[in-house]
Design a protein around this ligand. Structure first.
Ligand code: B12
Ligand code: SF4
Ligand code: SF4
Length: 374
């Protein structure tokens, strides 16, 4: 099945002809590059973001992600980031998993790696596509005229991609705060091309969450203080990927066997029934659901080799093994106690602490009787 036409439809009818047709050609080229949706907005389309970001930071909800509080003037205001930019082209890249990403949660001897990290690192893939599309756009400039300037961003720049994507009509920020699309569901990455070209803008997408609160209710750590707001300090994605050092003991038990990221709030969204499995082969599951015992035995070289080209590699062996040990502690499987015990003497104090915690938790389960296998 092809991409639904609405995803790529140019929505504004009253735009000047030349600009309109360039816009349509950009959307067509984006599709040819493999993007699933494309929309256009002004850099200053969402004036509320600066205040909302400031509230998030003031409440400390970014935890150890100190880079979020740096360059806030740019992050909260895309127009300040590059004042010459006239249009932001927002792009969505689908990574819809084939199976049920939550099935692994019932396999306690295995580790859950979230769907977005099952294949190759999206940062590299999306950026390459954005750059190719950007080069194509520059080449479209009429002979003799100044070529447009562009800058491409995916994830790591001080840009708030979700509100911009909502303003560009790609979807709306659901109550779990991620972008949801009527055509793509929740499983897609975002990237942007800022350009000095003044292209016609799209209408923003309306909120279609209605009275649903499935994502809020499923969250294992109660990380949503309110709909549309996340406290990253409680989010398993943050705890397993971004947080350095020991995780608060009260939260470790709630992480279950999730060892890299978390998909729960995305997976329950009813809009996913419209999402088609990703066609990009690079996002297909390579990591799967590996055995915890095997992962706990990885040394630095083994970890690097196993997760080469994957987003998992970014957190390094020690943080990864910390996560594996929390999952072992939560496994209620006495057979894994010696695996954890063997890591109690690790040089990294966080890994050693996680190993001791896992051993203690498994022993506690044994003493309190009969929790194994549940
Ligand atoms: C920091 C970050 C994280 C942090 C914090 C997440 C967060 N929600 O802030 C952590 C590590 C927890 C995280 C986790 C995940 N992330 Co992340 N993350 C980012 C990053 C780098 C910045 C996000 C940001 O600016 N947060 C700051 C807060 C203040 O902004 P916000 O989330 O938009 O919050 C808004 C609401 O609070 C809102 N608000 C407040 N009140 C109200 C009221 C109403 C009515 C409304 C509408 C809004 C609203 O205002 C804020 C501003 O818009 C972006 C990439 C980027 N550069 O944008 C990726 C990004 C958001 N992450 C992404 C992904 C895939 C994930 C995970 C699914 C990965 C995983 N499976 O583990 C999880 C999802 C967890 C979740 N429920 O959010 C994708 C999301 C794609 C999409 N479809 O939306 C992005 C866009 C990366 C990318 N380039 O594709 N992430
Ligand atoms: S990713 Fe997991 S822990 Fe984070 S908000 Fe969603 S359900 Fe909660
Ligand atoms: S699960 Fe429900 S509330 Fe959450 S984003 Fe999807 S539609 Fe909105």
């Amino acid at each position: 099945m092809g991409i639904p036409p609405r995803v790529f439809a140019a929505k504004k009818k009253d735009a000047p002809l030349a600009e309109s047709s360039l816009k349509e050609r950009i959307a067509e080229q984006a599709r040819a590059e493999g993007f699933s949706a494309c929309g256009f907005c002004a850099p200053d389309a969402v004036p509320e973001t600066a205040g909302r970001l400031a509230d998030f930071i003031a409440a400390g909800r970014h935890g150890q992600m100190g880079w979020m509080s740096e360059r806030m003037g740019w992050r909260g205001d895309a127009a300040a980031l590059w004042p010459e930019a006239r249009t932001v082209i927002m792009l969505a890249e689908s990574y819809t998993p084939e199976g049920d990403p939550l099935a692994v949660l019932g396999q306690r001897d295995r580790g859950g790696v979230s769907a977005y990290a099952q294949g190759r690192d999206y940062h590299d893939l999306v950026k390459k596509r954005l750059k190719r599309l950007g080069r194509w756009l520059i080449a479209q400039a009429e002979k003799g005229s100044d070529p447009p300037e562009i800058k491409v961003f995916v994830d790591t720049a001080p840009v708030m991609e979700k509100p911009l994507a909502a303003a560009a009509g790609l979807g709306w920020q659901g109550k779990h705060t991620n972008l949801v699309s009527r055509e793509l569901g929740s499983w897609f990455f975002l990237g942007s091309i800022f350009t000095t070209l003044d292209l016609p803008k799209d209408a923003g997408e309306a909120d279609h969450c209605g009275s649903c609160r499935a994502c809020l209710d499923i969250c294992p750590t109660a990380a949503f203080p309110a709909p549309y707001q996340l406290d990253a300090r409680r989010c398993i994605s943050y705890l397993t990927i971004e947080h350095k050092g020991p995780v608060d003991a009260a939260l470790r038990g709630l992480i279950g066997n999730r060892i890299f990221g978390c998909d729960d709030c995305l997976a329950v969204c009813p809009w996913n029934k419209f999402a088609r499995a990703a066609t990009e082969i690079s996002y297909q599951a390579r990591v799967g659901a590996p055995l915890l015992a095997e992962l706990a035995g990885l040394d630095d070289a083994g970890f690097r080799a196993r997760f080469s080209g994957s987003p998992v590699k970014r957190i390094g062996r020690d943080r990864f093994v910390r996560n594996v040990l929390y999952a072992i502690g939560n496994s209620a499987d006495p057979g894994l106690a010696p695996v954890a015990a063997a890591l109690r003497g690790e040089p990294d104090p966080t890994v050693a602490d996680a190993a001791a915690w896992a051993v203690g938790r498994l022993a506690g389960k044994r003493q309190s009787g009969g929790a194994f296998g549940k």
